[in-house]
Design a protein around this ligand. Sequence first.
Ligand code: G3P
Ligand code: CA
Length: 246
Amino acid sequence: MSKRVEIYAHRGCSGEYPENTLAAFEASCEIGADGIELDVQLTKDGEVVVIHDERIDRTTNGIGFVKDFRYKQLKLFDAGSWFHPKYSRQMIPSLQDVLDLIKTSRPEMKVNIELKNDVLLYEGMEEKVLECIWRSGMADSVILSSFQFKSMGKIRELDNSIQTALLFEGIPSNIIEEARKVRANALHSEASFAISAAGKRVIDAGYPLRVFTVNQTEKLEALARSGVSALITDYPEMFLENKSVP
Ligand code: G3P
Ligand code: CA
């Protein structure tokens, strides 16, 4: 029988709660997700904040770039009403807030922190993210990932033991070499990669392969058979109900 596939809540339970908010992460804890995935950007005053886009327009009632606001200003925006008015009190959390929440509520849960440094190259982001993690004492629970492979190389230079993963799209044939170059521990791919010959090579080489963003439970069986370690989904509860498959 295949090993159970872990279920990670993408941006929290973002299918049912406003993404990347404490409400979404609290729900992920309550339903018993194995992990959460979240995205981080940097404010003008260097706070690591949890938000997917470089701009705040889509998920708050404000306008502009995250990098142009101080954290104190950013916290004033409503990060929940765009999803549903009942979440109007949700704000953009800091990474520190989320790590503190997980440490208190579900310390065994994995936290996949995606550094969103592939569009804007935030100077010093790696150091700041690591400072938050070290300060929270959550180093054993986190997995850092990025589409910017160099950034994971920098993390490895700064911390020899923290878990890292390369994020990529499509079916690259040289991804194991890329992972070796920056001493990454795992790979995060789309479902099509996991069921390809290149995906099999990665799994056979011993790299945990986590797959994003899977929202159809029908895909679970084939992915589990191919040996993926985890699925990252907007609807973790739906997959957790299927926990024993296959
Ligand atoms: O971490 C995987 C996935 O979250 C990457 O895509 O755009 O949802 O951050 P995106
Ligand atoms: Ca992400």
